[in-house]
Ligand binder design. Structure first.
Ligand SMILES: C[S@@+](CC[C@H](N)C(=O)[O-])C[C@H]1O[C@@H](n2cnc3c(N)ncnc32)[C@H](O)[C@@H]1O
Length: 418
């Protein structure tokens, strides 16, 4: 069943969390002078038009990139991510949003390798076209051909991951970002990671997941904690209190196995601002947990034996501590002995891949525009109006609609994510 199309969800709060963290992981990988392989098991279309029928139908970018577009007091660590998104919108209007393959292409270096998997026939076609155009654009700019730097495969990312591990350079960043439309996806992620860690224990693995009421979702982070990775970090961003009907995606997480040591302090510094910028009500908050293989395993053994307590290095922020909620920008995080977050390192060789060619998706009048909450909230982005798109082929096929609202509750069969 392949009904999920990311075009309906592009740029939402979950994408902001995912791509912000992805950018940070690339920055960390780029610090070492050895090439790495980026593996995207669930790539999507690569670029999305925010004025397409799909994106405007749901308006989900209003929960994510929309409120960030005109923000002025952005924390340092968020800037490389926002610069990347703005770099693909040189007119200053918010029209395009990057998918994870685009983020990877921009953030990685010439010698790094991108291995992209996508199962949906329409999306893999758009993804191929986007990279073909990007290559042509770079050739025009005089950049040397990069041979097999980027390989795109129409196939199952869960199955394919193992055959790429370990990578030739013994360095890899893996993003696992399935739709979670079917509950099987949770198990498939866990199993694929277990196998991947067996083949390549030192890889960096990042998993996006929806925080939903359904049991598979609630148990998911604890299952990942028990995987045999040396260390893990789990960060969640909740933008609002779920309604009684449980409909909609209010919260999501990024679970990173073998995270950079810089990630936790950076997130502790940045997440309060994101909560402030994207939060809709008092339920908005973030959590950050970290642990080691030992503590993760200990947590697993304790499961079912009563309430879990932080063990050893397993630390927990809000909601238990409440310290993750709605802290004002500039307000000090009260955590004893915590080092200040380091400034984000400079991006590696970033190359321009500008939306410039195909016309895809009919623009809709109006655009992102919910003026949220008083005070410090950044203004909503200006609407996208006017001419038709000139873009790399953004995911805008009209064959599939958004999943029915009920399917996004995560409550039953077909429960998806964003
Ligand atoms: C959430 S989207 C990916 C978004 C993308 N990672 C990004 O951040 O821009 C999930 C994608 O996985 C694709 N998909 C679903 N099952 C898959 C599988 N087993 N292998 C590869 N792709 C799959 C879907 O077609 C969809 O495009």
């Amino acid at each position: 069943m392949l009904s999920y199309r990311h075009a309906f969800h592009a740029g939402n709060h979950a994408d902001v969390l995912k791509h912000f963290v992805q950018v940070q992981l690339h920055l960390y990988m780029n610090q070492k002078d050895v090439a790495y392989t980026y593996i995207d098991t669930h790539s999507g279309a690569g670029v999305y038009a925010l004025d397409s029928f799909q994106a405007t139908k749901t308006g989900e970018y209003d929960t994510g990139i929309g409120p960030l577009w005109n923000a002025t007091d952005v924390p340092e660590a968020l800037k490389p991510y926002l610069d990347l998104v703005k770099g693909m919108n040189p007119s200053g209007k918010m029209r395009y949003y990057p998918g994870s393959p685009y983020v990877a292409d921009q953030m990685s270096r010439l010698d790094d390798r991108l291995r992209l998997f996508e199962l949906h026939p329409a999306d893999v076609k758009i993804l191929n076209e986007n990279f073909r155009k990007a290559e042509a654009h770079k050739a025009e700019q005089g950049e040397r051909a990069r041979g097999k730097r980027v390989l795109i495969e129409h196939g199952d990312g869960f199955q394919s991951l193992k055959k790429l591990l370990p990578p030739p350079s013994r360095r890899a960043l893996v993003l696992v970002d399935p739709p979670y439309e079917v509950k099987d996806d949770y198990k498939k992620v866990r199993d694929a990671l277990e196998e991947a860690l067996g083949r390549f224990p030192s890889g960096m693995y990042a998993v996006w997941y929806p925080v939903l009421q359904r049991m598979e979702s609630r148990q998911f982070p604890d299952r990942l904690k028990r995987l045999p990775a040396k260390e893990w970090l789990n960060v969640t961003l909740t933008v609002s209190t779920p309604g009684p009907d449980g409909i909609g995606l209010h919260s999501s997480g990024m679970f990173i196995l073998n995270p950079p040591y810089t990630l936790e302090p950076m997130l502790r510094e940045t997440m309060p601002w994101l909560v402030q910028a994207l939060g809709k009500d008092a339920g908005a908050r973030f959590t950050i947990e970290t642990g080691t293989q030992l503590t993760g395993a200990a947590s697993g053994r304790l499961a079912g034996e009563g309430p879990r307590l932080p063990v050893g290095n397993a630390r927990r922020a809000s909601p238990l501590s409440g310290k993750g909620s709605l802290r004002l920008p500039g307000e000090k995080m009260v955590r004893e002995g915590e080092a200040p977050a380091p400034a984000a390192p400079k991006a590696g060789a970033r190359r321009a891949w500008r939306p410039d060619a195909n016309v895809q998706g009919k623009p809709q009048a109006g655009g992102p525009g919910e003026g949220r909450a008083p005070g410090k909230r950044p203004a909503a982005a200006p609407g996208v109006t006017g001419a038709r798109l000139g873009a790399p082929r953004a995911d805008g096929a009209r064959t599939a609609g958004p999943r029915p609202t009920g399917a996004r509750t995560g409550g039953g069969k077909g429960g998806g994510k964003r």
